[in-house]
Ligand binder design. Structure first.
Ligand code: C5P
Length: 236
C-alpha cells in the first residue's frame, strides 16, 4: 500500500499548523525539512508528535562520518519515523548514520537520497558524471542497500528497475509527484497512479497540495487514486 507524506515546505510554523489542522485525520505523515526548520525551529516537530503524526525528518545529511553519526544521534532523539541522508556520502557515512541511530535507541528508518528528482541526465553530466542517470541511481541504491540503511528516496520513474532488484522491505520513497501539469523545478516526475502502480511505499507531495486553494480536496483525490490502484491490482 502506498502512503502519502505531505511535505510541509512552508515559511511559518503557524501556516504548517493550520494546514495540519485542516487536513486532520486524512494525513498521518508529514515531511519537515530545511525550509520549515530554518523558518520556525524545532517546535513544529514537538507539536506534530503531540498530535500523533509521523515525522519524516528530511535533513539530507551529507558530511564526514563522525559528524553524521552525531547529527543523526541527536536528530533521532526527536523520534522521527524517517530521517534522510545522501547516499553519495558513501558507505562509511551510511554506516555512521546507522550507528548514530542505534545509539539513540529510537527505531527511526534511515532513508538515503539517490539522485534528486530535480536532476536529469544533463544535470549529472554538468557535475562530471558520464554514466547514464539510471545506472548511477542503481549504483547508489545498491550502495544504500549493502550499507544496511532502510530504504531510498528515488523518482517513481526509477521504480520499474529498482523494485526488481531489491527486497520488498527495502523502502522506496518517491517525491516529484505531480497530480497536475505544473512541474515546478522537478524534472523526473510521475503521477500518483504511476507511482502507486510501480510500487512506491510512500509518495511525498508538497506544492501541489500547499499551493492549492483546497488542499484537503487534493489530498482526498490522491488517496482515492491510490485506493483505485490497489483495487485494480487486487482484481488483476
Ligand atoms: O513541492 P514538491 O512536491 O516538489 O516537494 C517535494 C519535496 O520532496 C521537497 O521538500 C523536496 O525537498 C523533497 N525531495 C525531492 N527530491 C528528492 C528528495 C526530496 O523533491 N530526491
Amino acid at each position: 500500500m502506498t502512503e502519502l507524506i505531505v511535505s510541509l515546505d512552508v515559511d511559518e510554523k503557524e501556516s504548517a499548523e493550520k494546514l495540519v489542522e485542516m487536513l486532520g485525520e486524512s494525513v498521518d505523515y508529514y515531511k519537515i525539512g530545511a525550509v520549515l526548520l530554518m523558518a520556525s525551529g524545532m517546535d513544529i516537530v514537538k507539536s506534530l508528535e503531540k498530535q500523533g503524526k509521523k515525522i519524516f525528518f528530511d535533513l539530507k545529511f551529507f558530511d564526514i562520518p563522525n559528524t553524521v553519526e552525531h547529527a543523526v544521534y541527536h536528530a533521532c532523539r526527536m523520534r522521527p519515523f524517517f530521517l534522510t541522508v545522501h547516499v553519495s556520502g558513501g558507505p562509511a557515512m551510511l554506516k555512521a548514520a546507522i550507528a548514530g541511530r542505534n545509539k539513540s535507541g529510537v527505531q527511526t528508518r534511515i532513508i538515503g537520497v539517490t539522485i534528486l528528482t530535480s536532476f536529469n541526465q544533463q544535470d549529472i553530466e554538468l557535475l562530471g558524471f558520464k554514466r547514464n542517470i539510471e545506472s548511477y541511481i542503481e549504483r547508489l541504491a545498491t550502495l544504500a542497500f549493502e550499507s544496511g540503511i532502510d530504504g531510498i528516496v528515488c523518482s517513481a520513474r526509477d521504480l520499474e528497475f529498482l523494485r526488481k532488484k531489491f527486497p520488498e522491505n527495502f523502502l522506496m520513497v518517491c517525491p516529484g509527484i505531480r497530480p497536475g501539469i505544473s512541474l515546478d523545478d522537478q524534472k523526473r516526475v510521475a503521477s500518483v497512479r504511476q507511482a502507486a502502480r510501480a510500487g512506491a511505499d510512500y509518495i511525498v507531495v508538497g506544492r501541489p497540495i500547499l499551493e492549492s486553494k483546497n488542499p484537503l480536496a487534493i489530498v482526498q483525490q490522491i488517496k482515492e487514486e491510490i485506493k483505485e490502484n490497489e483495487t485494480q491490482q487486487k482484481n488483476s
